[in-house]
Design a protein around this ligand. Structure first.
Ligand code: ZN
Length: 201
């Protein structure tokens, strides 16, 4: 297997209206997180390279905040909140052939991240969540898995793409597994984002 290097374009969301949207992470911290993501993805011979790191201002935080107060918190609420979070991350700076990640402060539900495949695919990753204090690299690795075409499996907690009931990957899980089929699928999809050798030189 040849090593595939994929560019990851990180946007750090800034908002003075919502502490949930507002994120604060340094470029070095982000590199450390990606190093942990890479240690999980090593088994697929896929490596993520930080190709961009930029702060962006949250758009439409008012809509986010007013919908946040909705009392009914069923499936439609979850969906709408995901889309509103995505809207807040809107920027012209997304790169089509890169994996775009929007870092937010927190996520409105218990998940460790969201992958939205609507218009342009986007990973939304929170610095903290209800089930982890901070910087849950395993969750980012999981969401990137969705980006590379993987669905949930029900093989248990040792697997990166397990989706049994909870959508959060525990941060202490450093040796999360991918199945051979998942590796094949992800590598196929990764070809689209693969940094060409000459580009790296
Ligand atoms: Zn998932």
């Amino acid at each position: 297997m040849v090593l595939l290097k994929l560019p990851v374009n990180v946007f750090v969301l800034k908002s003075d209206k919502s502490h949930e949207l507002d994120a604060n992470i340094s470029e070095q911290e982000m590199r450390d997180v990606l190093a942990q993501v890479n240690s999980i993805w090593q088994q697929a011979k896929i490596e993520y390279i930080l190709s961009g790191f930029e702060a962006i201002n949250a758009i439409g935080a008012e809509h986010f905040l007013s919908y946040r107060k909705t009392k009914y918190k069923g499936i439609s609420y979850q969906k709408e909140m995901s889309l509103l979070t995505r809207d807040s991350c809107e920027t012209q700076l997304y790169q089509q052939s890169e994996i775009n990640v929007c870092v937010v402060g927190q996520i409105f539900n218990r998940s460790g991240g969201i992958f939205i495949n609507f218009e342009s695919p986007l990973v939304i990753w929170p610095l903290t969540s209800k089930s982890s204090q901070s910087l849950n690299a395993a969750s980012l690795a999981h969401e990137i898995g969705h980006h590379l075409g993987l669905s949930h499996n029900y093989l248990g907690a040792r697997y990166l793409m397990q989706g049994l009931g909870i959508s959060t990957v525990k941060p202490e899980q450093q040796h999360l597994l991918l199945t051979q089929k998942e590796i094949d699928t992800a590598r196929n999809q990764a070809e689209f984002y693969h940094i060409r050798k000459e580009y790296l030189l």
